[in-house]
Design a protein around this ligand. Structure first.
Ligand code: BEZ
Length: 326
């Protein structure tokens, strides 16, 4: 083969979809959560499923605990194709996809079973359609971690006590608004920095789910937990648009089905295990748990938050309307 033919052959094989050449592919999946987290367990299990359904061609290597950087860094890596997949919080996507902020509306649902219904709704799934243009990724499916609760160093008697409190939040404007509306000082930081920030007194309180509280042991440095269920906390399983475009339609179907299977398993596990996690935390010595704090404790936050965020996205109203039918 002369030089020109060799170059052409090499270039052509580089452009062929992965499955057209029946190539093996190890999907690198980035997560902010630690190896013990349900998301990581299910991302690894997705690897086993993919291995079976692709006849051994596909595998998964997970990169936990923000090893590859923050969620916004991972999003950039997905965009360039440097990273194949990531399981990211919807919070981390709200800057690029404002409609996703509606999923963080306060007291959108009363319980985690209804949170699961929202994430399986056509309305929520429609929001994923904005991802390719906004981020260069394809949103394969939603999952979630547990409902958000408040954990504080000092006990809270009323919503007025939140005034001036330094609250760690997941970086997202919609979450920031919630805390600012009580006069709190939100401190956006990645999950990986929360334990140290609590330990060294940089923050007074956190907005968190039971799974992460148990995994990290935040009760070492914050002895008050309020069961507020103030918002749900979705995850989106993303694949790089560049990597997606390299897959044949058959392989896209295989990848989408494997992701969906493990998104569903993640959602189901959180619904089933939420009550048990609260029981476990109630058993921790030195941790004061206040159960069933109702939305009334937070006054007219729903009206105030919705008034602001309905201007940003029609999905606040769409999701409130949907949930009213549950
Ligand atoms: C957080 O930022 O609080 C968070 C992120 C992923 C899973 C759980 C919590």
């Amino acid at each position: 083969m002369n030089k020109i033919l060799t170059v052409l052959a090499t270039t052509t094989s580089m452009l062929l979809p992965l499955a057209a050449t029946a190539q093996d592919h190890d999907f690198r999946v980035g997560l902010i959560t630690p190896p013990v987290h349900v998301w990581n367990q299910e991302a690894r299990a997705m690897g086993e499923t993919l291995n079976e359904t692709s006849d051994g061609r596909f595998s998964v290597t997970t990169f936990p605990s923000g090893q590859l950087g923050s969620e916004s860094t991972m999003l950039q890596q997905l965009q360039t194709g440097a990273l194949d997949m990531a399981w990211l919080t919807s919070a981390g996507l709200t800057l690029r996809v404002p409609d996703m902020s509606a999923l963080h509306a306060p007291f959108l649902v009363d319980n985690i079973a209804d949170a699961a219904k929202v994430l399986r709704s056509d309305e929520a799934i429609e929001i994923l359609d904005a991802l390719p243009a906004a981020t260069g990724t394809v949103g394969l499916c939603y999952a979630m971690t547990g409902m958000r609760q408040l954990m504080t160093k000092d006990a809270i008697e009323s919503a007025e006590d939140l005034d001036g409190m330094r609250f760690r939040i997941t970086p997202a404007p919609a979450i920031q608004t919630f805390f600012e509306m009580f006069g709190a000082a939100p401190a956006p930081m990645p999950l990986t920095q929360v334990y140290d920030a609590l330990a060294n007194g940089q923050i007074d309180a956190i907005d968190m789910d039971y799974e992460s509280i148990i995994n990290f042991g935040y009760h070492d440095h914050a002895s008050n937990l309020m069961e507020t269920n103030h918002h749900l906390f979705p995850m989106v399983a993303l694949i790089s648009g560049r990597v997606w475009a390299q897959l044949s339609p058959e392989d896209q179907t295989i990848v989408r089905a494997a992701a969906q299977q493990h998104c569903d398993a993640t959602i189901d596990r959180f619904v089933e295990e939420e009550a048990g996690k609260l029981e476990k935390l109630k058993g921790i010595e030195g941790l004061t748990v206040t159960e069933d704090v109702s939305s009334e404790f937070f006054g007219d936050i729903v009206e105030r938050w919705d008034a602001d965020w309905s201007k940003e996205t029609p999905y606040v109203e769409k999701l409130r309307t949907l949930v009213a039918t549950y």
